[in-house]
Design a protein around this ligand. Sequence first.
Ligand code: AR6
Length: 176
Amino acid sequence: MEKKLGDRVLALAQGDITAFAADAIGNAANAALAGGGGVDGAIHRAAGPTLMADLRRYEGCPTGSAVITPAGNLRARHVIHAVGPRWRGGDRGEAEQLAGAYRRTLELADEAGCRTLALPSISTGVYGYPVAQAAPLALATVRDYLTREARVLERVTFVLFDTATFRAFAEAAERL
Ligand code: AR6
């Protein structure tokens, strides 16, 4: 599924982000940048140990922001490690933090000269952010960036692992 935004494209795909061909891929990391399960574990396994070594130059990353490293053995050139919020009921600034994690990821990709970026659904796994609320926010944040601010970034694809997440994003994309 694709949405044309002038000369930019916002796309949805279902699958494993570690196998996706893009200049950069996003990761759903934690504030300690310590690795973990979910998409973070899959990216570290596929990239190899240099990914953790490259992360050690950062002293963690605040929630709602992101850091960039080379991508080790992945097909991508860069991994952008975004730290989304843990869901704590929705009135603790989670929406602003989730939007911030996506925004900073988009800026870092653009600054690194990436034309294509693949993103996972940040915070909707272990961190428990309801996907029905996360999907429209994630899509609107990327659309706004692509239409108003993007310089070299041309194409952003959400690569969604499970069917329920893919469906939630597909429904939100129809209403975007
Ligand atoms: N490709 C794309 N998406 C994936 C993949 C994959 N290979 N594997 C899982 N997902 P989560 P969070 C989806 O839990 O909620 C880690 O331990 C998954 O189905 O990975 O932000 C970190 O270190 C879900 O839709 O990230 C943090 O401590 C989405 O990725 C914490 O989990 C996000 O689920 C972050 O939790």
